[in-house]
Ligand binder design. Structure first.
Ligand SMILES: [Zn+2]
Length: 118
């Protein structure tokens, strides 16, 4: 008299329906970093704007008027954008050393503001 009991197969009730959360990420406005060409939600990028007077600055609110270009809040991207000329092309202006320095400072400040505690 043999008894083979194969009954451990009955426990297959996985927690069903763990759906990927739909989330509120609908159609966030996306912009592309002019240096590395990565598209990101607009608010994750910093906007560099050329004022009508030809002054460049980092536009923290994203509302300054003038021609704008988007960059990652990353010094590497700023350097690349400056070195490869992508930023100057996007803004249709020559960027001199002084302006570049100011942008470095402003971008670093903007990056810090975005990540309060790292
Ligand atoms: Zn980038």
């Amino acid at each position: 008299m043999k008894r083979t009991a194969h009954s451990s197969e009955a426990r297959r009730s996985e927690p069903s329906a763990v759906k990927a959360t739909p989330g509120p990420v609908r159609s966030l406005p996306q912009r592309t970093c002019v240096a590395c060409r990565t598209a990101r939600p607009k608010r994750e990028l910093v906007r560099v704007v050329r004022s009508p007077a030809g002054e460049l600055s980092v536009d923290l609110r994203g509302k300054a008027s003038g021609r704008g270009a988007y960059l990652d809040p990353d010094p590497g991207c700023l350097e690349r954008g400056l070195a490869e000329g992508a930023l100057a092309r996007a803004l249709e202006i020559d960027i001199d050393g002084m302006t570049a320095d100011r942008l470095r400072v402003e971008l670093a400040a903007a990056a810090k503001e975005r990540r309060p505690s790292a």
